[in-house]
Design a binder for this molecule. Structure first.
Ligand SMILES: C[S@@+](CC[C@H](N)C(=O)[O-])C[C@H]1O[C@@H](n2cnc3c(N)ncnc32)[C@H](O)[C@@H]1O
Length: 344
């Protein structure tokens, strides 16, 4: 069993609210969920753990709700209690790992750090920066473990059930109405959240290029594609500033929560426009700018990208908003097509 299998053998539990409701005594511990930007960008932690508004329920409160026959309330209390217990458990494991690190016991430090990582989500930036592990940082075991910690956190951000509530993938797919045989490039495919859905929608005659810049995600995605038996998906690495698509080669380019990472968007938009087959479209779904207090898991402020900026970059490449979909609460969702072409 590889380290990744082992980490994933235990589900990330308290993670959703980890950044927002970690109790004050955990403010400096690293079981903190990061914004997407921070996870990608490396050293910047965008979130701080905050105190819960109310303390977690006690066992007595849960028992009292059960005894009163208030099962729904009892469940809600029990869930909050279990999240809290798990958080404390991860904290306890991490503390043992730190102490072994400080005492110069590398094997034990790795073992307990692995247990903490398997039990919950850790902030990779904080683990990497933790002085308790200073003597271990250069070891391959540490690098492997922190890569796995990063991946677990990133996958949780992309795939947690709470994402479906705002991402509405089925409605997005219905809206985009992919046809069998369509050629689609999913740029910044990540874990395949959309790429796998699109691959099923376009069928065996269709093609999906699942493109990304991150080797770890590409490896994971290739594995998922193979396990799903999807022969119509090609997973490939691209450059930050170049999706490397041949001219006129695709009907749809999909970029979900990815364009905001691109530095020179007008230049990039020109490459997208050149890659479109006649009648093709570029679909951009990306975060509506919001203060971090309102949405702790979005891109950091320096990566925020108002829709007007995307419209301008696309316009410079000869693309106009052909359809604007308003049903997503956290993101804008626009289909761009060549300005010269009639609306579909
Ligand atoms: C927030 S994730 C979104 C993943 C996926 N689109 C989804 O909706 O689940 C952004 C992805 O874009 C990738 N990425 C970032 N910059 C990129 C670029 N310039 N070109 C291609 N992929 C990029 C990242 O590695 C990451 O997998």
């Amino acid at each position: 069993m590889g380290i990744l299998d082992w980490l994933f053998a235990s589900k990330p539990t308290h993670a959703d609210s980890g950044a927002r409701i970690a109790p004050p005594c955990f403010r400096t511990w690293p079981v903190v969920v990061l914004g997407l930007g921070a996870l990608l960008a490396g050293p910047v932690t965008t979130l701080q753990a905050q105190a819960p508004a109310v303390p977690p329920p006690t066992e007595v409160e849960v028992a009292a709700a059960i005894a009163a026959g208030e099962s729904t309330r009892a469940l809600e209390l029990a869930l909050r209690r279990s999240e809290e217990t798990e958080r404390q458990h991860v904290h306890a494991l991490y503390t043992v790992a730190r102490l072994h690190g400080l005492l110069g016991h590398p094997d034990e430090a790795f073992a307990w750090l692995g247990r903490a990582a398997a039990a919950g989500l850790l902030s990779v930036q904080e683990v990497r920066g933790d002085e308790a592990f200073a003597a271990l940082r250069e070891q391959e075991r540490f690098r492997e473990l922190t890569r796995a910690i990063w991946l677990k956190g990133y996958l949780w951000l992309l795939e947690r059930p709470e994402r479906d509530a705002y991402q509405m993938p089925e409605q997005v797919m219905r809206t985009l109405d992919f046809r069998p045989g369509e050629r689609v490039a999913d740029i910044g495919a990540g874990s395949g959240y959309f790429a796998l859905r699109v691959a099923r929608a376009v069928g065996p005659e269709g093609r999906v290029w699942a493109l990304d810049i991150n080797d770890t995600l590409l490896e994971l995605l290739a594995d998922r594609v193979a396990k799903a038996g999807l022969a119509n998906v090609k997973v490939a690495k691209v450059e930050r500033d170049d999706p490397k698509l041949p001219p006129g080669s695709v009907d749809t380019i999909l970029m979900v929560d990815t364009l905001h990472y691109v530095a020179d968007r007008p230049a990039y938009a020109r490459k997208l426009a050149a890659a479109l087959a006649p009648g093709g479209r570029v679909v951009v779904i990306d975060f509506l700018p919001k203060p971090i207090g309102e949405r702790p898991w979005g891109p950091p402020p320096e990566q925020e990208m108002p829709r007007a900026e995307v419209d301008a970059a696309m316009a410079a490449a000869g693309l106009r908003p052909a359809a604007v979909h308003e049903f997503l609460t956290e993101q804008f969702f626009v289909e761009y097509r060549a300005a010269a072409e009639p609306a579909p």
